[in-house]
Design a protein around this ligand. Structure first.
Ligand SMILES: [Zn+2]
Ligand SMILES: [Zn+2]
Length: 148
């Protein structure tokens, strides 16, 4: 991605800027992401919290994800756009919904997870590896290894 990059919610009340490349990015097809998005999956990039600058106030909704892990979903109280995800699994990272980016074409998912929960009308990227449920510790380690 071109850094720094920026984004925000639909009404502009929430804005963020990030000064470093995402740590990892994926499309999650779990039921919880389906409900939170109203759609087939959640395209999300995770960045180090230390590299993120925020303006505006978001509200958080805590949910036990399909994995059993606690996930906090941040959205704009004005326009309702989903913008942030905080996952217990990766406490130092902040998830950003891909479509909240000012330039969403920059999003590069590395893997598709929870494909076992995907709907028959879901469209997946054929070139991306599918993980049926949550990634294993080994798969997670591989995703977290810095690239390039
Ligand atoms: Zn908003
Ligand atoms: Zn999910």
């Amino acid at each position: 991605m071109v850094v720094p990059f920026s984004g925000g919610c639909a009404c502009g009340a929430i804005r963020y800027q990030c000064s470093a490349d995402p740590v990892f990015s994926w499309n999650c097809h779990c039921r919880d992401c389906q409900r939170a998005s109203g759609s087939a999956f959640c395209p999300v990039l995770y960045v180090a919290k230390a590299t993120l600058t925020l303006t505006g106030k978001s509200r958080y909704y805590d949910v036990k994800a399909e994995s059993g892990n606690q996930v906090s979903r941040g959205f704009c109280p004005e326009c309702g756009s989903p913008v942030f995800i905080q996952a217990e699994l990766v406490p130092d990272l902040q998830g950003l919904w891909a479509a909240s980016l000012d330039d969403p074409s920059q999003f590069q998912p590395l893997v598709q997870v929870w494909t076992g929960s995907a709907q028959p009308w879901d469209c997946m990227t054929p070139t991306l590896q599918k993980v049926e449920k949550a990634p294993t510790a080994a798969q997670m380690q591989k995703l977290l290894t810095p690239r390039g």
